[in-house]
Write a protein that binds this ligand. Sequence first.
Ligand SMILES: C[S@@+](CC[C@H](N)C(=O)[O-])C[C@H]1O[C@@H](n2cnc3c(N)ncnc32)[C@H](O)[C@@H]1O
Length: 255
Amino acid sequence: MAWDPDTYLTFGAERTRPAAELLARVDLDKPARVADLGCGPGNSTALLAARWPGARVDGIDNSREMLAEAGKSGVRAGWIEADLGDWTADAPYDAIFTNAALQWVPDHARLVPRLFGFVAEGGVFAMQVPRNFDEPCHTLLREVAKGKPWEHKFDGVRDWWHVLAPEDYFGLLEPLTARIDIWETRYVQPLSGEDAVYRWMSGTGLRPFAAALDGAERAEFLEAYRSAMARAYPMRESGVTLYPFRRLFLVAKKQ
Ligand SMILES: C[S@@+](CC[C@H](N)C(=O)[O-])C[C@H]1O[C@@H](n2cnc3c(N)ncnc32)[C@H](O)[C@@H]1O
């Protein structure tokens, strides 16, 4: 299912904050070449272009819709359409940065060391991925389908996310560098308006499930998920809904 940049950017500030906090931990002066993997509409790429005005910055993504939006953003970068599963760098990058994207790409045991291999000597690999897949926003996607005649249509979308434990990433990179910084942050995000967490998920994790259905089945699923989410994430009297969200950060420097 195609990405919708407008829906994604409804919560642009919350989605970009982890990119800024990841970048703040990257200790790198004047890189020549910088890549933003899974650049989306260019919100994370904008931070890289601003931090390193002298660098060539490439935003790489496999969504034409997202790249079209990035192209209109005015961010100083080149935009490249490629699938990160088989993307290869044409030359080493001083910084390979990726915010909220690699969870969509399978086989991190292969992927992460492979991407680290494209980092230049003295350069940095920096990634952030969500680690909230056991929270109601994700578990309810399947729970509301239980017993429905269309439940089996979710079989193929069950494993859309591919995130490992922090210890696993450390183990993958440990043979390649001694300079690894890994941490997790649990944000408690105040979102405004009705069905806020449902609307957040509409821009990301709900998409593959909605795409597996159509017509009345999709409408039934979306309404069941929306109302279950309203119970799991109740809106406060102020109109604010708190959305806890755990994210994993990793910065590895090539020595
Ligand atoms: C949640 S958005 C992140 C956008 C931006 N980096 C940010 O910080 O908000 C995830 C992006 O990853 C891209 N993506 C997902 N799977 C991909 C793949 N296999 N190859 C390239 N890009 C992919 C999507 O198209 C989408 O633009």
